[in-house]
Design a protein around this ligand. Structure first.
Ligand SMILES: Nc1nc2c(ncn2[C@@H]2O[C@H](COP(=O)(O)OP(=O)(O)OP(=O)(O)O)[C@@H](O)[C@H]2O)c(=O)[nH]1
Length: 379
């Protein structure tokens, strides 16, 4: 296995995309489909109407499932059929990396979230709730639909869309309203749903051979076309964000890492990667996925010979990358001393700490285990 590519989790994250009528959910979804950098996305919508299916090279349609170019799949379903469609989308042959469910404009997103958390489909894991808000119409929407406060309170990430039509005062008001709901969700401003897809899911990591054999997708053509026209290029999406990489061959202290995660700064929208908790759990590596305030760990057994590393990518805006890097370095187990690897190093594997340290580690894993989703867990 290529040591530079982290192993893929077996469970497919399912993200719920909610927002009131006309807030820009479909626009955002189309944006994700266009800028997905090889990621295979399954989409569940109420109807195909607004998805740019025509442009995505439909390669097949079976019932209400449409295959899109580049391996994406799209289903139009009634919520009552959700389980059936999730089952279809999670069959091994689909090889999807992420599933996005667009909640219809009127649906209560909490219901969907509850269904996902209660689902006994072992191939999925709830990936967070994204609430799209129309920044220009926020006050009016809230008057008509006071339940928006409830949605904001449970959201993990709020996309403040249509900022091209809203002034600074509007934006401030919405941020205050979000905070007043008691929500700790990260608020990301956007125009036409153009957020960095990496805020929601990881770019696909595929064997090189597969990547080379890959056919030219609609997305490639689209990007070429836009680049030729001198328009937006995918890279520009990253301009508004800063990111930092952290790698360590020294195991992380569960207690310290949880302290770091519990107090993560507001502008830190996304954290993803894999954590080695050393003696806390020698058998498993923990995939970490955080979107806004949402946090989840997914343990997976180490494979034979796999380097025992922690690798994290943090994405945010207005973050102090250097300070965060140092904070993460301070979360490493201190049992190890001289020759302590500098984060970023790729050092040899198997760096388990002293056995004497195991008991306290195991106890402190409780903080981590709170964020491991078990099938059938409820909201
Ligand atoms: N000015 C402006 N218009 C936007 C923006 N995002 C979306 N729109 C427009 O707003 C309208 C509604 O966008 P959709 O993406 O269809 O909204 P939706 O939330 O999917 O709507 P429903 O499916 O009806 O719930 C469309 O005409 C979009 O082109 C934006 O950031 N700025």
């Amino acid at each position: 296995m290529n040591p530079s590519s982290p192993p893929r989790s077996r469970q497919i994250p399912v993200i719920v995309l909610a927002g009131f009528l006309g807030s820009g959910k479909t626009t955002l979804l189309n944006h994700l489909l266009r800028h997905r950098a090889g990621t295979r996305i399954g989409v569940i919508v109420n109807d195909f109407g607004a998805i740019e299916i025509d442009a995505m090279t439909v390669s097949g349609q079976v019932g209400s499932t449409v295959s899109l170019g580049g391996g994406c799949l799209c289903c139009a379903v009634d919520v009552s059929e959700l389980d059936t469609y999730l089952e279809t989308l999670t069959r091994p042959a689909t090889r999807l990396d992420v599933i996005v469910i667009e909640a219809s404009g009127l649906a209560e997103p909490q219901e969907l979230v509850r269904m996902l958390l209660a689902s006994d489909n072992p191939h999925i894991v709830y990936g967070g709730l994204v609430e799209v808000v129309d920044a220009a119409e926020f006050a009016t929407t809230r008057e008509r639909h006071p339940e928006i406060d409830r949605h904001l309170a449970v959201a993990d990430l709020v996309v403040l869309n249509k900022t091209d039509r809203a002034g600074d005062a509007d934006r401030l008001r919405i941020r205050e309203a979000v905070a007043a709901t008691g929500s700790a969700a990260a608020v990301i401003p956007a125009a036409y749903g153009r957020i960095d897809p990496e805020l929601l899911f990881d770019p696909a990591l595929r064997p090189d051979s597969e990547e080379k054999a890959r056919q030219l997708t609609f997305e490639d053509l689209y990007l070429e076309e836009r680049a030729a026209a001198g328009e937006e290029h995918g890279d520009h999406l990253h301009a508004a964000y800063e990111s930092l990489d952290f790698t360590s061959d020294v195991p992380m202290s569960p207690r310290r890492l949880m302290e770091f995660l519990d107090s993560r700064p507001e502008g830190l929208y996304r954290i993803k990667g894999y954590v080695d908790f050393g003696g806390g759990d020698r058998d498993n590596t923990y995939a970490l996925h955080a979107v806004g305030r949402f946090l989840r760990f997914a343990p997976r057994p180490w494979t034979r010979g796999e380097p025992r590393l922690t690798r994290l990518v943090l994405i945010g805006s207005g973050i102090d990358a250097e300070a965060l890097h140092k904070e993460l370095a301070d979360c490493r187990e201190t049992a190890r001393q001289p020759g302590e690897a500098v984060p970023g190093d790729r050092a040899p594997a198997d760096t388990a700490p002293d056995t004497a340290q195991d008991a306290p580690h195991e106890r402190s894993m409780w903080g981590v285990l709170r964020y491991v989703q078990q099938p059938g867990d409820d909201a």
